[in-house]
Design a protein. Sequence first.
Length: 319
Amino acid sequence: MTIGDHLDQLYGLPAHTFPGPDGTTEGLPEPDSVAWRIGSDVYDADEEWPKAFSRFCAAVDTTRVRALIVGAWQEAYDSDPSEVIEALLAARDRFPALRALFLGDMVMEECEISWINQSDVSPLLAGFQALEEFGVRGGSGLEFTALSHGALRKLVVETGGLPAEVVRGIGASDLPALEHLDLWLGTPDYGGDSEASDLESILSGARLPRLRHLALRNSEMQDAVAAAVASAPVVERLEVLDLSMGVLTDEGAGALLGGQPLTHLRKLDLHHHYLSQAVEERVRQTLEAAGVQVDLDRDDAEEDTEDDGTVWRYVAVGE
């Protein structure tokens, strides 16, 4: 699987790309009716992201803007979004209604996910204290310093490899309003050096009293994650548990089934997995009978076996 499509919505609003320098700004949507996407990939090659953002601020009533999507900045495979972050923070007083922000909405033709250069995104959350949704794509150079944020309800971090320090930083943050947490843990090949023990603060749920949707996915260590989840205190308050897109085998599924009951869940998402038919059936019989919606679509999970018997299994999104 690769990321071939841009976000089509954010904060429940349809995404709308702000026109390039040669486009017209006549007939633009109402400022609060869409999630505005600004990305240098659709603009003149010489126009850097901050300049495009400046044009946007001049053309749109920013006091009514509720959602912003940051698309590609110039040479994202070689440059981090420091200037993007600086431009956003410098303009924060002009966006009193901003409730959602996504940083790095790029598809594979623009920059492969594990080649997107990121930086410390904590200043964005510190600067926009009214944000209810925040998302970021790309793990290279990504930092997330432990923080407190009273309004954030949804946090999404999409990577081919999530640094352990980021996992620990999120776990050490006080996010009392957070309801939806989605982490793509990835693989060591692309910087995903976390271990199941790094998830301990998240799985305890101590700083996440309102968490209802937990996704720990796209992980090479999905069996270890599943084993940790099986006894995690946070699970009893979840409505949705998502362990999809990773290398989940019978071992991990067995740990889930042998742990605390999951029959209170509304949905268990395990799509893109490496389970045997027998274990798939056990999962279905145990949970679907209790009314849990279970996604066991194998998707594009395929094994490669070498001549010496070595079996290779892959996460859904790597490079």
